[in-house]
Design a protein around this ligand. Structure first.
Ligand code: ZN
Length: 152
């Protein structure tokens, strides 16, 4: 009996996103911008969001660093483009639970489950989490801006 090659599959998925990053590059007119670094590994992620009516219409990232940090950001943009801010927050929460608390991956995460497969070492978890921490900062900004409009 041999284990199914899930790890290989996940590694391929990560490498594919690393080599061909989705939604790469700054947006022409972002409404929210956030960035973050993981000094342990030297990873750097910038995130641009264009939010309209509580929905992420456009999303772009750029940065540098290890394959896990960049692939994680690419997968994030792939997953969250066109989603609402609430959806984005929910997905980020599930990814964090999986990576930080070791929660079993939620079935709704789909391809994002690959991050668990390659981020088993604590030092790698920081790489995988970076983009999601940057996203949470961007979501905080987007919500603050929405509140300002409401109360303005
Ligand atoms: Zn890294």
């Amino acid at each position: 009996m041999s284990e199914p090659p899930f790890d290989d599959l996940y590694r391929e998925l990560i490498l594919d996103h690393y080599r061909r990053p989705r939604n790469y590059g700054p947006l022409p007119a972002p409404t929210v911008q956030a960035e973050g670094v993981n000094p342990v590994c030297g990873d750097e992620i910038h995130l641009d969001l264009q939010v309209r009516d509580g929905t992420i219409g456009q999303i772009g990232f750029w940065g540098q660093g290890c394959s896990i940090s960049q692939a994680s950001a690419s997968m994030l943009t792939d997953r969250l483009k066109g989603r609402t801010l609430e959806d984005a927050e929910e997905v980020a929460g599930k990814v964090r639970a999986m990576l930080v608390e070791g929660a079993p991956p939620d079935r709704s995460l789909g391809d994002l489950e690959a991050l668990e497969g390659v981020a088993k070492l604590p030092v790698r978890v920081k790489c995988a989490l970076l983009a999601w921490n940057v996203l949470l900062e961007a979501l905080r900004q987007a919500k603050a801006a929405a509140r300002e409009v409401q109360h303005g």
